[in-house]
Every structure is written in C-alpha cells, then in structure tokens.
Design a protein around this ligand. Structure first.
Ligand code: GDP
Length: 480
C-alpha cells in the first residue's frame, strides 16, 4: 500500500511507460494520470512497439471516428446493404452481454481484434455503462452514434440473417469467397456471435481463413461476454505482430485494460475516497473477492473456512488464536487491511468479528473493510455499476489477491493490477483451499475445441503453445 499523500507522480509513471497519450486534458479524467499514485509501479513495461501501435490506432480512430466524413461515408455504404470490399475505414461494433466484468473483458478482446486488423472499435454502450469510463482515444469517441442505421441491435443474436456462423452453416457464405468477385451478393455487415454458448460455426471466427474472410467487410457487429484475446495467439497470421506487441505474452489485458478503462472522475472519487479513508494507512492490502454463482452455491461458513485456510497456508494473513489465551500485544506496526468485495454482507461481519474478537498469533492487527454489499446484481443500473467498477479497481490496488473461480469480476481486478491471484478453486474438502494462478491473464472460458484445417476435435489447452488450461475452469485456456 502507498501510505503517502498523493503528490505529482514522476512523468514516466504518470503515462504508464507511454501507454497513455499526452494529448488529453488531464482534469477531464484524473484517474488516467493519478493511477500511479495508488498502484505500485508495474513490473511490466509496455513494448515500444505497442506504444507506437496505440498512437497509430488513436490517429486512425480520430480519422474514422463518429462525426468524421469517412464515418459518414462508411455509414452511407452500410445503408446500401452491400459489401464490396474494405473501405478506407472499417469498423467493429461491440454489443454488450452480461455483467460489467464480462463486458470489460470482451471489449478488451474486441480492441485487440481491431488493433490486429486496423479496424475502428465502436461501442454500443447501454445507459447503465455511460459514465463509467473516460473516452480512451483523444479528440474522438468510442461511442456508437445514436443515429447508427442498424436499430435492432438489441435483438441481434445467433439466428440473425447477418450472423456469420449461421451463414457458414447454411452455406450462404464460405471463407474462400473473395468478395470483390461476387458482385453485390454480400450484405452490408456481418454479425459475429461470440457469446459463451456459440457453436463451432461461430467459432470459425477464431480460424485464420475466417479472419481473412472477415477482413473484407467494412462493418462487423460483435457480441461477446468472453475474453477471447488468447484466440489470436493461435492464428499464424498474427504471430509476428503479437510477439512485437506483447513480448511478455501474459500482459495483454494488463496493458490494454489499463489503457482503455480509466474510471471517470465520479468513479475515481469513489475509489480515491475509499482508499484514503480506509486503506492508505495499511502496511499491506489483501484483496478478497467472493462471488457465489447459483450453479455452485457454497455455505457461508464453508467459504469462510476456505478463505481462512488459504490466507493462513499461503501466509497472506496471520491466524487468530481461538483459545483466547493470546494477550493483547500490539506491536506498533501498521495494520494489515483486508479489502473484501462481495454482493453479500455476511462474510464481512464474520471476518471482521474474527479479527476483532481474537488476537492474531503474530500480534499483527488486521482491519477488514467492504465498500458495499449490494445483495443482488443490478447490471441495468448505472449507480450499481459505478460501485462494481470502483471495487474491481480497489481490488486491483491490493498487494495480494484472493479471487473466486470463474468470475470475470475477479479477472478484471487481478489483470488490471498485474497480480497473479490465489483462486478459491472448488474441489472435494477444499484441499488445497486455493491455487496460485499461472498468470495474471483472464481465462477464455469456451475456446474452440477443434483444429481449424481438419475440423478434428482437439484439446486446445494441450496442443497450442503459449496457453494452458485455466486453474478455475477446465475447459478454459489462458495465456501465460
Ligand atoms: P461475473 O458474473 O462474476 O463473471 O462478473 P460480472 O462483473 O460480469 O457480473 C457480476 C456483477 O454482479 C457485477 O458486475 C456487479 O454488478 C455485481 N457484483 C458481483 N460481485 C460484486 C461485488 O463484489 N461488488 C459489487 N459492487 N458488485 C458485485
């Protein structure tokens, strides 16, 4: 934890090694330049190649973004409802699905897709997300304009007539088509269905011939709730570029996430007030994220035991002396802080009481804090999402992190923070109570399970280099 009062950070830190452009008005988005006051310097520096690529992307976005002549031209083209090949500006429009964590990881993956294909990323942000993040690209906007001609976006899913997977399945298109040779037969846009429950036809998006085919379309709409960025690492066409962008493979989200998701001044207010009030004085912060899914319910006491066993066995927290014999023996050291994030309040009460009612075996003092307990997920409410973002961000400022399995909320927290979390894996008898994540990257839950050329079933987690199965979900893969 950083216990000093914020002062002006050194210039290099302030721009996060060149990740952030200096073209912004700083006061309009304080978090972008103040994050280094709260987060320890990252051990992971963005490559100069990535920094240059981001500056080039910003120029492209400014040239092609909303309100530009080229955007208007591309929209006119879209209205004609035929694609005859790429235009000067080509777009990928992100459509939302599920909670904030899911949305953040899928936006990040879509941005990597745009970077690799020189496409411009626009977001169809629902009202419940407007006011969370600063605009990431200078002198432009990533918001899809309200008068965008495709108005039925809310209902676009896998059976849409523009769905790429569906069209492949019905043999309306094939990846071998060169669209300049087929006259006016291809529609003005395609829809990519990249939700977790998509089929093998949708997943051809993750194959090289699919990628090449899609490069010909000026407009693509994409809906995903997943972290599909790892998929690009097994497309040969992108291999060289990805090596240059991310010489350290497992930093994809860490860099792109810190670049894209700077909280607005309102959310930054939540984060900094909470930090200063409760965490700034701590010697160390342990973040604990508890997410209970309906399909894997766990009793409170079982969960709490697992967290305690994990914390004590991995030396993240001191144990308490339950027999009551330990005398008050305050060491004068600053306390340790546990920052708890959960929809529920019961864990907080129990954990706080534990360290209040009993001395620790080491004499250390532990303070337990939880910013909110919203009880239920309300993704449709902006005020709820502001708190969710503030908590993901606060967790990312921890020194160590314990997270719940399968939760994209937790993924965002650890990947932003550059932390390899301890994951509370589900197994018989909770033994071991937690495992250390192989990398700070989020897990791609449902990657393709076939080999692109032959369409034979394969175990991607085993055959593809650079990825491994996730510790928290056996079907998933992650970069390491
Ligand atoms: P996932 O479902 O765990 O993968 O994460 P998501 O972020 O996609 O969806 C869960 C949503 O529930 C969050 O976005 C929040 O709206 C809410 N939520 C879950 N856990 C917490 C928490 O610890 N704090 C707050 N404030 N909200 C939470």
């Amino acid at each position: 934890a950083n216990s000093s009062t914020p002062e002006e950070p050194p210039k290099d830190d302030k721009f996060l090694g060149g990740l952030h452009s200096s073209a912004f008005n700083e006061a309009s988005c304080l978090s972008r330049y103040q994050s280094s006051l709260y987060r320890k310097p990252s051990n992971h520096t963005p490559s100069s190649y990535l920094v240059a690529k981001l500056r080039r992307y910003e120029a492209l976005h400014k040239k092609c973004g909303p309100k530009t002549e080229l955007y208007k031209k591309a929209v006119e083209h879209l209205k004609s409802n035929v694609s005859t090949g790429p235009l000067e500006c080509n777009y990928v429009v992100w459509l939302p699905a599920d909670g904030l964590g899911n949305r953040i990881i899928s936006i990040t993956s879509s941005f990597l897709y745009a970077l690799l294909n020189d496409k411009v990323l626009l977001l169809d942000l629902p009202q419940d997300m407007r006011g969370l993040f600063c605009e990431p690209f200078p002198e432009s906007s990533w918001l899809l304009p309200a008068d965008f001609p495709i108005q039925n976006r809310y209902w676009i899913f896998e059976h849409d007539p523009h769905s790429y997977g569906n069209m492949l399945k019905n043999k309306v298109v094939s990846n071998e088509i060169n669209i300049t040779n087929v006259g006016n037969s291809l529609p003005g846009y395609l829809y990519l269905h990249l939700l977790h429950a998509n089929d093998d036809f949708d997943k051809i998006f993750y194959c090289e011939d699919g990628q090449k085919f899609l490069q010909q379309f000026p407009w693509l709409l994409l809906r995903s709730n997943e972290y599909f960025a790892p998929a690009f690492f097994f497309i040969p066409e992108f291999e060289e570029e990805l090596k240059l962008l991310f010489p350290e493979r497992s930093t994809v989200f860490h860099h792109l996430g810190r670049y894209l998701f700077n909280p607005t001044n309102s959310v930054w207010g939540y984060i900094t007030r909470y930090y200063e009030a409760y965490l700034a004085n701590a010697r160390e912060i342990l973040g604990v994220q508890i997410r209970i899914f309906a399909f894997a319910n766990v009793e409170i006491d079982v969960m709490l035991n697992q967290i305690m066993n994990c914390s004590v066995s991995e030396k993240l927290l001191p144990d308490v002396s339950l027999n009551g014999s330990a005398l008050p023996s305050i060491t004068g050291e600053k306390p340790k802080a546990v920052l708890l994030a959960s929809l529920m309040g019961e864990y907080f009460d129990k954990l706080r009481d534990r360290y209040y009612e009993h001395a620790t075996t080491t004499g250390e003092v532990v303070g337990v804090y939880q910013p909110t307990h919203e009880e239920q997920q309300h993704t449709e409410k902006l005020s709820h999402n502001m708190k969710a973002l503030a908590e993901m961000y606060l967790l990312s400022l921890s020194d160590e992190l314990i997270t719940s399995p399968f939760s994209t909320f937790g993924y965002v927290a650890h990947a932003l923070g550059g932390l390899r979390p301890w994951i509370l894996v589900r197994n018989a008898n909770q033994n071991p109570p937690c495992v250390r994540s192989l990398s700070m990257e989020p897990c791609f839950h449902f990657p393709p399970s076939f080999e692109c050329k032959t369409k034979r079933k394969v175990d991607i987690g085993r055959v593809v280099p650079n990825v491994r199965h996730c510790e928290d979900f056996f079907l998933g893969i992650k970069l390491f």
